[in-house]
Design a protein around this ligand. Structure first.
Ligand SMILES: Nc1ncnc2c1ncn2[C@@H]1O[C@H](COP(=O)(O)OP(=O)(O)OP(=O)(O)O)[C@@H](O)[C@H]1O
Length: 397
């Protein structure tokens, strides 16, 4: 990595620049796609930018790269506003859309064209092909490439300027498990050398093995920013207790300083932070009979779905949801929100009546299936001048 064209007093980490977003907002007529969003991606690590479909990820990335104009707010690389960076392709490598290739042009030929456009020597084209493992097919026509090979070629294009920052929109889309494993290793070694990586996904599971940090959004607003480790810790196990007196048991546990115990709609008490044997001994001491105890672990995907569930409530227009109750946060019984958990947006609706702890076979919330008819990129989405081209930052609005 040669380093970007930034000034000396840039916000640099030990190995590379911070990527930062400051109060970004984007309004498309009546749609607020991104709402006062701030976050940062530190160098030397991989940050996952997560949110359900339509949450505002692509819009955010496009604003960060100067491809569309924010309604307000701005993004910086190493402390420098993106628009003022002298040679953006050498500072930030980005892949937003799937690559549009001339089918008769070879992979090497394609890269040479981009190399000359950003002013790097032709030899760099062969170097990046090697980096993404495509040297053997350098002269093969791109029209015959699989989706996975096209993804690699798009990445190679982003790497041409040897940038210290990579921004990839849903890079795992269409990759088989082997391709995902390859991408993970590639990004990890890039970050290990000091690079700053931001990758978006609508599936936490897809990037769980790859990312170090998480920025989670729902309906354009931040719901969590922090380490994956902290998010995991917040989804820690709980114990579900059936007893003769759930409220009495909660009181008995509170006397032992366990305040994270809540009575569920089915009458069981959900307790976080105490071992089963400690719960039963507290029950015995309080003369409460225990009928059954079940330990439950919440997985990350469940947590992700519960933290972004408000988006679906709003999107699918379920009736009767007014303002959120005070202090609305993650579902009851799931312990304290993770340290980076942000308060829900103002217009975040309350959970549906039956919203509670996810059942054992908890799946996506209702409506999380196929998008409603007609859902898709809105008209005018994308860059009309260069449909599907790898995004060379700094384009028009
Ligand atoms: N050019 C546009 N004109 C009008 N609305 C838009 C435009 N671009 C995006 N939107 C709307 O903004 C919201 C956020 O869209 P965006 O594509 O940024 O979400 P996303 O999180 O990237 O979703 P996905 O994972 O499906 O790509 C959506 O409601 C979308 O319909």
């Amino acid at each position: 990595m040669t380093g970007p064209s930034l000034t000396k007093d840039d916000r640099q980490g030990p190995g590379g620049p911070f990527l930062e977003v400051h109060s970004l907002t984007k309004q498309f007529k009546s749609t607020t796609a991104v709402n006062n969003l701030s976050f940062s991606a530190p160098p030397g690590s991989i940050t996952g930018f997560l949110g359900p479909n339509g949450a505002g990820k692509t819009t955010t990335l496009r604003m960060m790269l100067g491809l569309i104009q924010p309604t307000s707010g701005f993004a910086t690389v190493g402390g420098v506003p993106f628009q003022t960076i002298a040679n953006p392709a050498r500072s930030v490598g980005a892949v937003l859309d799937s690559l549009s290739l001339h089918p008769k042009r070879s992979a090497l030929g394609h890269l040479k064209i981009y190399a000359s456009a950003i002013g790097v020597p032709d030899a760099r084209a062969s170097e990046v092909l090697a980096l993404v493992g495509l040297s053997e097919v350098a002269n093969r026509k791109a029209g015959a490439f699989s989706l996975g090979m096209r993804q690699r070629l798009a990445l190679a294009t982003a790497l041409l300027g040897d940038p210290p920052v990579l921004i990839l929109d849903e890079p795992a889309n269409g990759l088989d498990p082997e391709g995902i494993a390859w991408l993970r290793d590639f990004l990890k070694s890039y970050a290990k050398r000091g690079g700053t990586v931001l990758i978006s996904s609508h599936l936490l599971r897809e990037v769980e093995q790859t990312v170090d940090n998480i920025v989670m959004i729902s309906r354009g607003s931040l719901v969590y920013q922090g380490t994956l480790e902290d998010l995991r810790a917040s989804g820690r196990s709980r114990v579900l207790v059936s007893s003769s007196n759930p409220a009495g048991l909660a009181t008995a546990l509170a006397e032992k300083n366990v305040t994270d115990a809540q009575v569920l709609p089915d009458g069981r008490l959900a307790v976080v932070g105490l071992r089963t044997e400690d719960i039963t001994s507290a029950a015995e001491a309080a003369n409460i009979q225990i009928f059954g105890v079940a330990a439950e672990t919440v997985d990350l995907e469940q947590l992700f779905l519960s933290m972004t569930a408000g988006q679906f409530v709003a999107q699918h227009g379920q009736p009767g949801y007014g303002q959120p109750p005070a202090g609305y946060g993650p579902p009851p019984g799931y312990g304290q929100p993770p340290s980076g958990y942000a308060p829900p947006p103002q217009n975040y609706g309350p959970p549906p009546q039956n919203y509670g702890p996810p059942p054992q076979n908890y799946g996506p919330p209702a409506g999380y299936g196929p998008p409603p008819p007609g859902y898709g990129p809105p008209p005018g989405y994308g860059d009309p001048q260069q449909p599907g081209q790898p995004q060379q930052p700094g384009g028009g609005n």
